[in-house]
Design a binder for this molecule. Structure first.
Ligand code: GAP
Length: 466
């Protein structure tokens, strides 16, 4: 599709709102920055992506179990993990138009990699750009840009306090990542499920970050969902397991219809002090004009369990039954944003095709991810026998597939609506149906139609949708 990224981006955002995938949150109050609500189709698509992840990460594996830990945790959790002291981004402001920017992102535009760069160094680079008269607001062009300062990404609340004041001693945090809950339940999981190393714990849930800049639709939001898996192992196993998890996660993208040329690895050169390896899977977002991170795969050493052992006073070490060796397990993590994946699948699936004089918009989602699998139509809305028969067909298919009944507008318009939400099959009940008990089944991608007996329809669709 020869068009610029902004046009493509706007088309996706517009389709999401128009067709009930994603709405800006609190719109009737003027909106709420970087927070989104998921409508009917967005929820169905998100659930399908989550289920595909869960199936490959938990259902199909003997060595991974599930968890659903609470969003609120003891505040010491985030002191131990280093988040309270150090989960920050460097922020700069335009004094004139009050726009905010992440200083590291700002410097990236000048070819400077400021990932994990100390604040003094960031400010040195900004001063150099200022002297060269290159430091300008990306919004209004003003040269009045502040020094970089540290901005905490932690979102605070005050659960269970006798007062609604947000005093430091009452503060609790909304988790900035879901893995915190996994570390805290490592011991309970071992004690209750008797798991032996190596094994993983997976969970899906909400995370919250006070992002400085969040203006790429659902790519970076302040409330989002993560799907994380923490794999606990002996340090000698790290190299092997890291490689096998990298392969497994790469394959998941291919199995979900993302072609190999659309994804690539990004190796982090600057690592957190406890990490020994960190790779991202990046996807070529047409709507953002570049490859960008969708998932991180990190070798985290024994940092997490050591810290929680130290700060809680509870021994989180593991004793190998055979060798009797006692050690703090090391952790291999896979971490992906569910909302960011949803954006990736929309970006990948959105197509425009010429059909006669018209352009049809179609979401070519893989069948198993499509929000609705089958739409059922009566040819005409004002013929009660057709409507009744179509309702019967719809009721017969509902137990097997996510279906939709539609009798609004003409058949052409109904096809276009279903194409736009990515429905793989449309079933039409027409006048022949009444006499011969057959219907037409139309394929989303080829637009070809087949005549099928109603009695054979569930099995026919099961094969097509497998
Ligand atoms: N536990 C490791 C961790 O949280 P991360 O790189 O900060 O690592 C992992 O986040 C993934 O979570 C990212 O690759 C991205 O898909 C998603 N993610 C992070 N921040 C996000 C945000 N503000 N909005 C949407 N997704 C986000």
């Amino acid at each position: 599709m020869a068009e610029n990224k902004t046009e493509f981006f706007n088309k996706i955002v517009s389709l999401c709102k128009r067709r009930g995938f994603i709405y800006p949150s609190s719109e009737i109050y003027g909106g709420f920055a970087a927070i989104y609500d998921y409508g009917h189709y967005g929820t169905l698509l998100k659930n399908n992506i989550r289920d595909s992840w869960w199936k490959s990460m938990v259902q199909m594996r003997d060595d991974v179990v599930g968890l659903d830990s609470a969003i609120f945790m003891h505040p010491k959790t985030w002191v131990a993990s280093g988040h309270v002291g150090g989960f920050n981004d460097p922020q700069i402001d335009c004094k004139k138009c009050k726009s905010r920017f992440r200083a590291d992102h700002f410097l990236k535009n000048f070819g400077i990699n400021a990932d994990k760069m100390p604040l003094v160094e960031i400010n040195k680079h900004l001063d150099d750009l200022r002297k060269e008269k290159k430091l300008k607001c990306q919004n209004c062009g003003s040269t009045e840009i502040t020094q970089a300062k540290i901005f905490s990404l932690m979102v605070k609340s005050n659960i269970g306090s006798p007062t609604d004041e947000l005093k430091e001693e009452n503060v609790v945090y909304l988790r900035p990542e879901t893995c915190g809950g996994i570390y805290l339940e490592f011991k309970n999981t071992i004690d209750s499920l008797h798991k032996k190393l190596p094994f993983g714990i997976a969970q899906v849930g909400k995370a919250f970050r006070n992002e400085i800049v969040a203006r790429q639709f659902i790519f970076r939001t302040r409330e989002f969902e993560q799907m994380e898996m923490q794999y606990f192992l002996h340090p000698l196993m790290m190299k092997d397991k890291y490689e096998s998890w990298k392969k497994a996660r790469w394959q998941w993208y291919l199995d979900n219809g993302i072609s190999e040329k659309e994804i690539k690895w990004y190796k982090h050169e600057k690592l957190a002090h406890y990490a020994s390896e960190a790779y991202d899977i990046t996807y070529n977002f047409k709507s953002l004009g570049d490859f960008d991170e969708v998932e991180g795969i990190h070798a985290r050493g024994d940092w997490d369990l050591s810290q929680h052992s130290k700060c809680s006073g509870v021994d989180l070490s593991y004793t190998d039954e055979k060798t009797k060796e006692k050690f703090i397990p090391h952790i291999m993590e896979t971490s992906v944003g569910l909302n960011r994946l949803l954006f990736m699948f929309l970006d990948n699936a959105y197509c425009e095709e010429k059909v006669g004089d018209e352009t049809r918009v179609v979401l070519k989602l893989p069948m198993h991810l499509a929000p609705v699998k089958v739409a059922v139509f009566p040819l005409l809305k004002n013929k009660p026998d057709l409507v009744q028969k179509a309702r019967e067909v719809y009721d017969a298919l509902k137990p097997y597939f996510m279906c939709e009944f539609d009798d609004n507008g003409n058949i052409g318009k109904r096809y276009r609506r279903q194409d736009e939400i990515g429905t793989p099959h449309c079933v039409t009940v027409d006048f022949d149906t009444i006499s011969d008990e057959t219907v037409t089944v139309r394929d989303r991608d080829t637009m070809k139609q087949e005549r099928i007996k109603i009695a054979e329809l569930p099995d026919f669709l099961k094969v097509k949708l497998a």
